[in-house]
Design a protein around this ligand. Structure first.
Ligand code: SAH
Ligand code: SF4
Length: 364
């Protein structure tokens, strides 16, 4: 307890690296911090934080002074700037302020069968995809494991308050998870082992960072992989997704095949349908070819492009979206339309840009 008491007078706990947060601290670090406590304390704190999703002050099985010390030594990483709801309360978007003023967003979506949280892996994004609000705003900084995991915990708490259970996590918020590999992967491990979600309920979405996909294929946990394809020929993809110039489709498809071989899991292609750009019959036919060239045909998730301030092209009209889907299906490719959520609070795919002015604030 001596080190902890020092902290109460303002000293930093020497057992913790700088910037350690409540959901970033490792079990070993916690053990070192609680070295003067009975051994069972580590389990009590850990299960309080993860199984009960509790704040230290709510852990009434701990002595009061210890709760206060934990609260101070393990600060929360996310400070809610706004919380907005839409879709009759079924979608919640948070804008979080981080300790250094950086901002990120998280979106929780309740469906009949599941509750999914869409989390950010970076503040901003350096990939520069032209149609994406995060890409338009540019890169701010990498997120830490604690900042990533805490988004899941905050959403899980909210789901519990809504009498739901958080069931799925998708890395489809701000940022490119495979360009922040280690913190993102450690977060996956923590979400799996401690928050308790199985790997098949976790999805990493990438724009096509080939070395990252190869690394992912060598990991033990078989998470779902979503690849944001959007174009099946290099000329168009170079335009929409600048990273394609570095990792062209041949390299990307090779890495996807490797992932499938390693994991035996279905892979999905994300395709934002852009009016007159990638929604023609020819685009569908090329996509069918790409999808079927894999050891297991990729599943295609279609979504009409959501509007963003920096990209003046419209999303494909619904009639054409359905025709595109039907053409894929007729070509032997499993395709589904993604339900759009939260467009009115700029919470939909590709709309997350924490620097943008907030238009509606319907805090409940
Ligand atoms: N950087 C990763 C994950 C975050 S983006 C990636 O790109 O995969 C999450 C998803 O939103 C991606 O599939 C991305 O292509 C899609 N997206 C980006 N802008 C969009 C927009 N304006 N409308 C619809 N989807 C968009
Ligand atoms: Fe980054 Fe993904 Fe947006 Fe591209 S689509 S800019 S990779 S967040």
């Amino acid at each position: 307890m001596s080190e902890m008491s020092d902290a109460r007078t303002g000293a930093r706990a020497p057992e913790l690296p700088d910037g350690t947060t409540r959901y970033g601290v490792t079990r070993d670090e916690l053990q070192a911090l609680l070295v003067d406590q009975p051994r069972y304390r580590v389990d009590q704190v850990w299960s309080g934080l993860y199984s009960h999703l509790a704040e230290p002050e709510a852990l009434t099985n701990l002595p009061k002074a210890l709760r206060a010390d934990l609260d101070r030594l393990l600060p929360v990483a996310l400070d809610a700037v706004t919380e907005q709801t839409s879709d009759g309360g079924e979608t919640v978007k948070w804008l979080w302020g981080l300790h250094d003023g950086a901002r990120i967003e998280t979106v929780l979506m309740h469906y009949d069968e599941r509750s999914t949280v869409c989390i950010s892996s970076q503040a901003g994004c350096a990939m520069g995809c032209t149609f994406c609000a995060t890409g338009q705003a540019g890169f701010d900084r990498q997120l830490t494991t604690g900042e990533i995991v805490e988004q899941v915990v905050r959403a899980a708490r909210r789901a519990r308050d809504d009498h739901r259970r958080l069931s799925n996590v998708v890395f489809m918020g701000m940022g490119e998870p495979l360009a922040n590999y280690e913190p993102s992967w450690r977060a996956v491990e923590r979400i799996h082992a401690d928050v308790g979600l199985s790997a098949r309920h976790l999805t990493i979405s990438t724009v096509g960072v080939v070395p990252g996909i190869r690394r992912l294929a060598a990991e033990a946990l078989p998470v779902n992989l979503a690849v944001s394809l959007h174009a099946a020929d290099d000329a168009l993809r170079d335009e929409l997704v600048p990273l394609n110039r570095r990792y062209p489709l041949s390299a990307l498809m090779d890495a996807c095949a490797g992932y499938l071989q390693a994991k035996g899991r279905r892979l999905s292609f994300e395709w934002a349908l852009i009016d007159g750009v990638n929604d023609r019959d020819r685009d569908a036919d090329l996509l069918i070819e790409r999808s079927r060239s894999l050891p297991l045909p990729a599943h295609v998730n279609l979504i009409p492009l959501n509007p963003t301030p920096g990209y003046p092209v419209r999303g494909t009209p619904m009639r054409r979206v359905r025709a595109f889907r039907d053409r894929l299906r007729a070509g032997g490719v499993n395709a589904t339309l993604r339900q759009t959520r939260g467009t009115e609070i700029d919470a939909a795919c590709g709309q997350l840009a924490a620097g943008q002015p907030v238009t509606i604030d319907r805090r409940s």
